[in-house]
Design a protein around this ligand. Structure first.
Ligand code: SF4
Length: 488
């Protein structure tokens, strides 16, 4: 192998990569008028999924809770399959099993019978009733249905047993939003239904984490523990989607994790609420602020140095507790790691896609690493996302192309016409990364083509170290020139 001669002035990053546009002889330029998602009636390669998924994810984060999906079996099957692909754990979700007759006559019969069967077979402490496109379109009156279902349970099982099963209604017409909105609506529905009364102060902080992975939830708990702060985490999916394999303590089996129902009721008594992801939990935090006067701190997601600093500072203000030395050391270790690796990250051009909040967090972090975001995409449309990105990139003098609620087809077409060294996003970006011959750093909820990503955090200072290691190792793995390896 011939080793390239390095000029005295060094090699600029522009010279490290051969221009590959068009990527191959077979490359056919798309009709430019059809590339913007806004010009099309169809979504191609969507970067979002259906609203009920977010509500089911949330409900499963409550201890001994089961979602009941008022819709067709497919609305549940693919969600269970998705959770299984991501977390390699089973997810118990009940379904009203809509068929043709239900579409004509409504879902009353299926609901009343379904709730009854679910209770007598599984004895859940809580049922999250999740509506779907079909039930919303045919106009199922879910409030009346729930009253009738409770009445039937009381007649059959007695008042006490029936009252022990809480029912929370989460309205999720999927045509009106994505899984992000479904989780957000669930956060409000749970606190609205269960946190109804302010009694004695509990000196706790409510945390609504958003659709983060089990590893992230554990990292948040670590930060809270080191700060010496008691908390209520809604929805605590850590020991639900990453549960120990042990003989079941009870039959029917429920994972040991999840937020206890009593804790959700107690959220009205907390010092305040921190919703880490504004689009995924902000509604719940703001509801508690309006109803009980609890201070709501909404975002930013604690990814990277600055955002984690802000999270700890907010906790400190809510509780009066200082940030301890242990966390300052963790911060210092992340800074040290950034200094050790900046020659790999500086001036690299990156594209980031996924759910709006994680994209905002990651965009801030890559800017902190000296990388230049050239394109950022939120699959879920958001009123605030473009401004949140603008606020970050303005500080660093960057001007990425911002796609708000677009699809990965438009994103890919844009990336083919610009230079990008690295993509950060979930497993939906695998084909794009292969096509562009750049590495994909997997980040976000929908990582289903690798194992272990759900266990590792990206939030907090320690999460930042994991993410930075992934970024640098991916760059090194991917055609890193041999004549530069002496710089490792
Ligand atoms: S988009 Fe509508 S019909 Fe499709 S799975 Fe989701 S809720 Fe069901």
């Amino acid at each position: 192998m011939q080793v390239k001669e390095i000029p005295a002035e060094g090699i600029t990053y522009d010279q490290l990569k051969i221009e590959k546009i068009p990527l191959s002889d077979e490359y056919i330029e798309r009709d430019p008028s059809l590339v913007p998602a806004a010009n099309r009636a169809v979504v191609i390669n969507p970067c979002r999924t259906c609203m009920p998924l977010g509500a089911m994810f949330a409900t499963l984060g409550v201890h001994k809770a089961i979602p009941f999906v008022q819709g067709a079996q497919g609305c549940t099957t693919y969600v269970r399959y998705t959770f299984c692909r991501i977390f390699k754990e089973p997810a118990a979700i009940a379904n009203a099993s809509f068929h043709e007759d239900t579409a004509v006559f409504g879902g009353w019969k299926n609901f009343i019978q379904g709730i009854r069967n679910l209770v007598v077979r599984y004895w859940p402490e809580l049922i999250g009733v999740v509506t779907t496109c079909a039930s919303e379109i045919i106009g199922d009156d879910m409030v009346s249905y729930i009253k009738a279902a409770k009445k039937k349970l009381a007649e059959e099982l007695g008042e006490e047993k029936a009252a022990a099963v809480k029912i929370v209604l989460i309205s999720t017409p999927s045509f009106a939003g994505s899984h992000v909105v479904g989780y957000d609506r669930a956060a409000r529905a749970f606190v609205e239904t269960l946190a109804v009364e302010k009694t004695a102060p509990n000196n706790k902080v409510n945390i609504i984490p958003g659709m983060l992975n089990p590893g992230d939830i554990r990292e948040i708990k670590h930060l809270l523990k080191v700060m010496g702060i008691d908390s209520i985490i809604l929805f605590d999916i850590a020991d639900v989607f990453d549960t120990p394999l042990r003989p079941p303590a009870t039959i029917p089996y429920y994972p040991k994790g999840g937020t206890p129902v009593a804790d959700i009721a107690d959220m009205a008594n907390s010092l305040g609420t921190v919703a880490l992801c504004p689009h995924e939990g902000g509604l719940g935090a703001r509801y508690l602020e309006r109803k009980f006067g609890l201070r709501a701190v909404v975002g930013p997601p604690p990814v990277g140095v600055r955002h984690t600093d802000m999270f700890l500072q907010n906790l400190s203000e809510l509780t009066g507790r200082p940030v301890p030395e242990e966390l300052l050391d963790e911060r210092g270790r992340l800074l040290d790691f950034m200094a050790d690796t900046f020659h790999h990250t500086m001036m690299k051009k990156v594209a980031v896609f996924g759910d709006p909040d994680i994209v905002v967090g990651v965009t801030r972090f890559v800017c902190e690493l000296g990388m230049e975001p050239v394109a950022v995409l939120s699959g879920t449309p958001s009123k605030t996302f473009p401004q949140e990105i603008e606020n970050i990139v303005r500080e660093y003098n960057f001007a990425p192309q911002v796609f708000n609620g677009s699809d990965l087809f438009e994103f890919e077409e844009y990336l083919k016409k610009t230079r990008v060294d690295l993509i950060l996003g979930n497993s939906k970006g695998v084909d794009i990364a292969r096509e562009l011959e750049v590495p994909l750093v997997r980040v976000g909820l929908f990582v289903y083509d690798r194992v272990g990503y759900q266990k590792r955090p990206v939030v907090g200072y320690r999460g930042g170290e994991f993410l930075l290691a992934d970024i640098v190792n991916s760059l090194l793995d991917y055609k890193y020139p041999d004549d530069r390896t002496q710089q490792l």
